[in-house]
Design a protein around this ligand. Structure first.
Ligand code: ATP
Ligand code: MG
Length: 567
């Protein structure tokens, strides 16, 4: 392909709107263009990468016996009423009306549609198990679209759904899918972790995420040398036992802490570590006030709070409400002497305190030596805080390491959630009607393009793994006005094409420096430079990843390149 006649619009400046490297580089290397918030065009170079990932995904799905199909994007909204998901999707569901004023949704995922297919067309146990998949655009009106195609409102997903008679059969397909996902990411040449994810509201069921490791990823994960890994928003905070806080005395003391309201200020003022302090956070859920106690050196995790209290609308008390409830301004709340009717919940780590420092519910004062159970009563212990690096592995007890990444895949044992809601059943061996046991398996194909760049880039640009690079090689004649150089470049292009290798020929009338910069930016694995040494019979082959360059005699060059690309 000739660059001069291709739509590969590169540019030098960093786009202000892009916060992470993959987003910047996808724009700068001419892979994508934004139409509006969270909506992107894949330009030819971007589409090439997308297609390569897609074909790896398709091969691995077919290899485990999954059948490809294609479901509609346009969904009558009633199907979400039937599955009772209209509420849980909430504003993320794109809705529109047809000419007869009927309400439709643009598919965010396809459990409903596929469950209807199974209900109508898999009537006997003899047809089970089955696994079906598609590669299709999804629509989700994300509250905060960001990072380019990482969190878009229109994106490409591979979604698969499996139907089973027994849990054992689901387990078998789930493990096959795990293997396929591992192979997909490994074939794409990326480092990743499979992490335990929340079974959440569906309870008891298994779910795993596949996270491509990258410093700027949205997901934080904790992993252990024993192989266990978990999404840190879901991980329980487990510490080495050994306790917290000063030994308990007869009774607590009131200490004066003028102007010290935050944990750090109180710790500094009293010359103690933030570990010794317990924060009291006040929330309103329904018409109740709840105090949640967490260690001073730990952060509350909103997702866990919402889960533990079962209230997505839970909110912090306003400063005026705090003052009304505790008699003190913000920063001095504590569990001792709260008004009757205020429930006190605490993170499990609060059990480790021999005694603790807490707010006194009085301006400029704290209480030291407070003991749970003696000085106040905890109604419920729950897991409320973010886990972090160094927390103990639940499997082997060793400290876990923290890393970041982008979730590219999510596999889930659904059980009978959808088949029950939508009355989808089959007849078993005894003629009894039973609900399908289901699994669902999503893979973000367009997000994977960004994840690969997020993991594989340097200061100059993208460093594509060979398996998903848009081209295997760029041929770079340093001067297109030099007949010899240009002729040699075109000959190499033809010779490679004869071997089935499509090169990108940078035939643009630009200075060599600008072309080298662009070649590094678009990150194609190999670069064949044809320059002044051509008259001595030499060309240069440069490896983008290792940055190693070697001079090769012209007659050997094509064969060497073919061998490198095929190896
Ligand atoms: P997230 O927590 O990132 O919102 P999710 O749990 O909503 O993801 P799933 O519904 O499991 O995601 O979707 C399967 C896969 O689709 C994800 O693993 C991810 O790779 C991709 N994906 C989900 N939402 C988006 C999006 N807004 N833009 C691009 N890809 C997405
Ligand atoms: Mg989401």
């Amino acid at each position: 392909m000739r660059w001069s006649k291709s739509c590969i619009p590169t540019f030098k400046e960093n786009p202000a709107e892009a916060e992470i490297p993959s987003h910047r580089l996808m724009l700068r290397a001419g892979l994508i263009r934004k139409l509006t918030s969270g909506v992107y065009t894949f330009l030819p170079l971007g589409l090439r990468v997308l297609r390569r990932i897609e074909s790896i995904v398709r091969e691995e799905m077919n290899a485990i016996g999954c059948q490809e199909m294609l479901m509609p994007v346009l969904h009558p909204v009633e199907i979400y009423e039937e599955s009772r998901r209209l509420d849980s999707f909430g504003p993320e569901l794109f809705k529109l009306r047809d000419g007869r004023d009927r309400l439709f949704a643009l598919g965010p995922t396809h459990e409903e549609v596929i469950t209807m297919i199974a209900r109508d067309d898999m009537k006997s146990y003899r047809a089970l198990p089955q696994c079906l998949y598609q590669i299709l655009i999804k629509f989700r009106d994300e509250i905060r679209p960001r990072y380019g195609v990482v969190r878009a409102r229109e994106f490409i997903m591979k979604d698969a759904y499996s139907f089973h008679r027994t849990e054992e059969s689901l387990e078998e397909t789930y493990r096959a899918m795990e293997g396929a996902y591992r192979r997909i990411i490994e074939r794409c040449g990326l480092a990743y972790r499979m992490v335990e994810a929340d079974s959440g509201y569906i309870g008891g069921n298994e779910s795993h995420e596949f996270v491509v490791l990258a410093g700027n990823g949205e997901s934080t994960i904790l992993s252990c040398a024993c192989g266990y890994a978990v999404n840190s928003e879901r991980a329980a905070a487990r510490e080495r036992s050994g306790g917290r806080g000063a030994p308990r005395g007869e009774a607590y003391d009131r200490v004066s802490t003028p102007g010290a309201a935050t944990v750090d200020e109180v710790a500094r003022f009293l010359s103690v570590s933030p570990r010794e302090i317990v924060k009291t956070l006040l929330y309103r859920t329904g018409d109740r006030t709840v105090a949640v106690l967490v260690p001073g050196d730990r952060d509350l995790n909103d997702i866990k709070l919402v889960g533990a209290l079962g209230d997505p609308r839970i909110r912090f008390l306003e400063p005026a409400e705090i003052e009304a409830a505790t008699g003190a301004p913000v920063g001095f709340a504590g569990p001792v002497g709260l008004p009757a009717g205020t429930a006190i919940y605490a993170d499990h780590l609060v059990r480790d305190y021999a005694s603790m420092i807490v707010g006194a519910n009085e301006r400029d004062a704290h209480l030291a030596g407070v003991v749970a159970g003696r000085d106040f009563t905890v109604e419920r212990f729950e897991d409320f805080v973010w886990a972090r690096e160094g927390d103990r592995c639940p499997r082997c007890g060793e400290p876990m390491e923290q890393s970041n990444g982008l979730e590219v895949g999510h596999i889930f044992k659904l059980g009978t959630k959808y088949s029950e809601a939508m009355a989808a059943s089959f007849l078993d061996e005894t003629g009894t009607s039973r609900h399908f046991i289901m699994g669902c398996y999503g893979f973000g194909i367009s997000r994977m393009v960004a994840a690969a760049i997020e993991q594989r880039h340097d200061a100059e640009g993208i460093v594509w793994p060979a398996a998903i690079a848009p081209f295997p090689i760029v041929i770079l004649p340093v001067n297109v006005h030099d007949e010899l150089i240009r002729g040699a470049a075109e000959r190499f292009e033809r010779e490679l094409a004869d071997q089935g290798i499509e090169a990108l020929l940078d035939d643009r009338d630009l200075g060599a420096g600008a072309k080298f910069k662009d070649a590094d930016l678009i990150g194609v694995p190999l670069r064949l430079t044809i320059g002044k040494k051509l008259k001595d019979g030499m060309v240069e082959l440069y490896d983008r990843a290792s940055r190693h360059a070697e001079e090769i005699p012209v007659p050997e060059a094509a064969a060497r390149i073919v061998q490198r690309i095929r190896s």
